[in-house]
Design a protein around this ligand. Structure first.
Ligand code: ZN
Ligand code: ZN
Ligand code: FE
Length: 761
């Protein structure tokens, strides 16, 4: 009888626990009439199957091809095994063994089956805002240790009722071993409060919340990775009230729309944007606004785009039944502070902002903001990588020592390396205050614990004043045996780009952003590097220009305009007919120009971001900004990409080459005098950078023989620059690497720091 039986041992690793993998194996084996067993092990899932050769073959194929949607198989190892004549197929209990080598799933949007049940009046979870199953629901945000079992999640305080337990224990049920499984009888519940923490009596708190939103009230709503502040996006009064109370003057608010039809009333959607919107990650997607959109113009002023997402939790689906054109759903925080996750914390910190609080009693153990993605130049581009994507690793070409990289100062993330996987954590935010620093530390501890990584190296930025750098230096006192590796900011950007593309370099790296600490102590940001994962040579950079007032020059782009103009024309520019001089005042402009000329409180910068700021100020777009990158963003928004012509782009012959800024500034001034529109000037400015850097790269290709290029840094959030340089450099024979997995901005910095430090050991 054993003659026609064969047997296999199969080891599967990747995201295979807590995602319905064992039930998948079980039902597949049953269907094919195979015997054997499946169990969770330290490195994934271990399977023994036996039966007819044909069935065993079919099993190995479908095991991978029909894997559950949330699983992510990284490796399958199959070997022949002795036939033991097992009688049936069984799921073996977890041995309690170490599960630390398996990956944890990110939080996943509620699935179609669960949504259908939730709107079915006959279902026992009818209108239950915490419905979930093996294929959907919270994961990363509710775990505080591994293995991923209910006692290690914030569901531990909700003992399952009999009905839920039956589903949980039945391998053929779609809730088998779904750790967050719950129902109205045993699970979390929502409740509504006013800002004084007084409960609002309501039979249906969600319906009451909808009514309040319709009245124009501001609601703090507890979600998956944190609180949102929500208002009806159609109302000017509600939207401006939210701006005022949140102290957020102009930065665009994200929107949530009920379904694709509602999204399409707001903005234009391509097929790939539709795919992104409906993906199980459900990011905020940047979409081109329609002229006739139905929401307040204060949602995203001076912006061609709306950031839009579809509902991703059951509670969102219920709220969106309210028939809103869209809800503003913005992270619930005061500017610059981390998003609120805790009920008490929310009541305290949001009391002055929200009128009402729709909360629940399932704790969020780790905050995770909404991710932001944009389609550009033929790929998905991360702008903020967080909920839905974290903690899926970036797979690297080679294995590395365990490294912790602490990232930069703005848009901070941390990264842990483990083997050939890089775990970039969720968006921490701007490391400028104690609350964010605490969140940063919490994230480091949490990630190290659930990934079971004990770092042997710590990588950091070179900026001595970044809180992340200081934190890294403090570790030296606590753990002197751990080497610290400082990685130059713009090198880290390029290294991140190379790493996510699984290449080593060397590449000609265009590392463009607003600010980063240079090896010479200057503020860098318009850098052309010859870089690989171990080091870099600075081939060229925008010529240094003083930043009058240092940090003040970032908030006031007019100061940079004064500095560049003074360098190009001397004091004469003060008599030119430039709109910003009239707006700011001649005297003030003269003072800034003098500071620049004398180098008083005016550190030199080669930043491309500052050049964008200056051009935006010169064409009269804005002299001051209310958030980082605002002027540059606006200059991109108004650009007429059809505009013909460009400005002179020249560089010096010394090493590193200095790209001369004065010819560009003179060109802009001439265009203003000639009466060209800001849109035309912006179009020409973008064309100048694209053509100029392409010519420069052609010369550098000749000099170095290097034919690979990498584009990184916050300036590559600019779609015109990204698309233009990608196309032009490809045309002249470069293989061009760009970001698609981590953001080009400082959110991707930690990945670059980690791989560089991992190499240097
Ligand atoms: Zn589901
Ligand atoms: Zn229950
Ligand atoms: Fe940067």
């Amino acid at each position: 009888m054993t003659g026609d039986r064969t047997a296999l041992t199969i080891r599967v690793s990747g995201i295979v626990q807590g995602v319905g993998f064992r039930p998948h194996v079980f039902s597949l084996a049953k269907r094919l009439d195979l015997a054997g067993d499946v169990s969770n092990t330290a490195d994934g899932v271990l399977i023994h199957v036996e039966g007819t050769a044909g069935s065993v073959d079919a099993f190995s194929r479908d095991l991978v091809e029909k894997a559950p949607p949330l699983s992510r198989i990284t490796h399958v190892e199959t070997e022949p095994s002795p036939v033991i004549n097992a009688a049936e197929f069984v799921i073996l209990e977890s041995s309690g063994a170490d599960h630390r080598a398996t990956l944890i799933s990110p939080d996943v949007t509620v699935c179609k089956d669960c949504v259908r049940e939730m709107f079915d009046p006959k279902d026992r979870r009818f209108r239950y805002p915490f419905i979930n199953c093996t294929n959907c629901g919270p994961r990363y945000t509710i775990i505080d240790d591994i293995p991923y079992d209910r006692p290690n999640t914030s569901m531990r305080r909700f003992p399952m009722c009999d009905a839920c337990r039956e589903e949980y224990e039945n391998p053929l049920d779609r809730r088998f071993h779904a750790q967050p499984v719950a129902c109205p009888a045993c699970g979390p519940a929502v409740s509504l409060f006013d800002s004084a923490k007084i409960p609002i009596p309501a039979i249906d708190p969600v319906q009451k919340a909808i009514d309040l939103l319709k009245e124009g009230r501001i609601l703090a709503i507890k979600g998956l990775g944190g609180f949102h502040l929500a208002v009806d996006a159609a109302g000017d009064a509600a939207v401006t009230m939210l701006r005022h109370r949140k102290r957020r003057e102009e930065k665009p608010f994200a929107l949530m729309a009920k379904d694709l039809a509602a999204v399409r009333a707001l903005a234009w959607t391509s097929r790939s944007e539709t795919r992104l919107l409906t993906s199980r990650e459900r990011p905020i997607v940047l979409l081109c606004k329609r002229e006739d959109h139905p929401v307040s113009r204060f949602v995203a002023p001076d912006n061609r785009y709306f950031g839009v997402m579809l509902p991703y939790t059951p509670l969102h689906y219920l709220l969106m039944e309210g028939g809103f054109a869209a809800l503003v759903m913005t992270s619930a925080n005061l500017s610059e502070e981390p998003i609120c996750i805790d009920n008490d914390d929310a009541f305290e910190r949001l009391a002055e902002i929200a009128d009402y609080f729709l909360v629940h009693d399932r704790d969020i153990l780790l905050r995770s903001d909404d991710s932001i993605v944009r389609r550009a130049a033929g790929a998905d581009r991360q702008m903020r990588r967080s909920r839905g994507y974290v903690p899926v690793p970036v797979f690297l070409k080679d294995s590395h020592a365990p490294v912790l990289a602490v990232g930069g100062a703005l848009k901070n993330t941390v990264c842990l390396l483990k083997g050939n996987q890089a775990f970039v954590g969720q968006h921490v935010g701007d490391l400028e205050n104690l609350r964010t620093l605490e969140f940063f530390e919490l994230t480091v501890r949490h990630l190290s614990r659930i990934l079971d990584v004990t770092p042997e190296i710590i990588a950091h930025d070179l900026h001595p004043d970044y809180l992340s750098t200081r934190w890294a230096l403090e570790q030296r006192e606590k753990r002197p045996e751990i080497p610290l590796v400082g990685v130059q900011h713009h090198h880290a950007h390029i290294a991140a780009c190379l790493a996510e593309n699984k290449v080593d370099g060397p590449a000609i790296g265009l590392s463009f952003d607003g600010t980063g600490y240079g090896s010479d102590g200057a503020v860098w940001g318009g850098e052309v590097l010859l870089a690989d994962l171990t080091g870099f040579i600075r081939l060229a950079h925008l010529d240094y220009t003083p930043m009058p007032g240092a940090a003040a020059a970032v908030k006031g782009p007019w100061r940079m305009a004064a500095a560049y103009l003074s360098a190009a024309f001397g004091g004469e520019f003060l008599d030119m007919d430039l709109p910003f001089i009239h707006a700011v005042g001649r005297d003030k402009t003269a003072v800034a120009a003098q500071m620049a000329a004398k180098g008083v409180n005016a550190p030199p910068t080669s930043s491309l971001g500052r050049l964008f700021d200056a051009v935006a100020a010169m064409v009269g777009l804005r002299s001051r900004v209310t958030f980082e990158g605002q002027a540059a963003m606006q200059l991109e928004m108004i650009a007429d990409v059809q505009a013909r012509g460009a400005y002179d782009f020249e560089w010096s012959t010394d090493a590193p080459k200095r790209i001369l800024v004065a010819p560009i500034i003179r060109g802009v001034v001439k265009d203003i005098a000639d009466g060209r529109t800001p849109s035309e000037i912006s179009g020409r400015f973008h064309a100048t950078l694209i053509r100029g850097f392409t010519r420069l790269c052609a010369a550098l290709m000749k000099e170095t023989g290097v034919k690979e290029a990498a584009l990184s840094g916050g300036s590559f959030q600019n779609a015109i620059l990204l698309t233009g340089l990608l196309r032009a450099l490809t045309q002249i024979g470069f293989t061009v690497h760009t970001h698609a997995l981590v953001p080009p901005n400082d959110g991707g910095l930690s990945l670059g720091q980690a791989v560089v430090a991992g190499r240097r050991k």
